[in-house]
Design a protein around this ligand. Structure first.
Ligand SMILES: [Zn+2]
Ligand SMILES: [Zn+2]
Length: 138
């Protein structure tokens, strides 16, 4: 992987797409109940990019604003046609765009270096060596 690695993240129907250049600053996974409900899966996997690494390719997202247990405020951008939440921004981390890792559909995407809200983790979920677990958001 190099600084020039390019990836496309897409919603399920393909209307909403963003492109990234370079590697994510951070890859994290989370078992909080908001991530479980956002994904419909038992945990969310998220990648943090600097805004200047992200290009908005297509689509007009709708925005769902919500608070987080940490006190942060999130603006969740989702496709109005298929409902996929593709990316979001956090009030406490201006200049960052968080993209749902599954939307890259890239099995070679870097693994999460940390898993947060492990106390809400489904009992059967296990993470690989090199992934730090935190009971809540650190
Ligand atoms: Zn869509
Ligand atoms: Zn979460």
């Amino acid at each position: 992987m190099s600084l020039s690695t390019k990836r496309i993240a897409s919603c399920a129907c393909g209307d909403l797409q963003v492109a990234t250049t370079g590697e994510p600053e951070k890859v994290s996974s989370c078992s909080c109940t908001d991530c479980q409900r956002r994904t419909g899966s038992v945990f969310g996997v998220t990648s943090f990019f600097s805004a200047d690494q992200v290009e908005f390719v297509s689509g007009a997202p709708r925005v769902f604003e919500r608070g987080a247990d940490s006190g942060n405020a999130l603006s969740m951008n989702f496709c109005p046609k298929c409902g996929t939440t593709l990316y979001w921004t956090l009030k406490d981390f201006p200049g960052r765009i968080v993209i749902a890792v599954g939307c890259f559909a890239d099995p070679e995407f870097p693994q999460p270096e940390r898993h947060v809200w492990a106390k809400r983790k489904h009992h059967w979920v296990q993470f690989p060596d090199g992934c730090s677990l935190y009971d809540e958001a650190p």
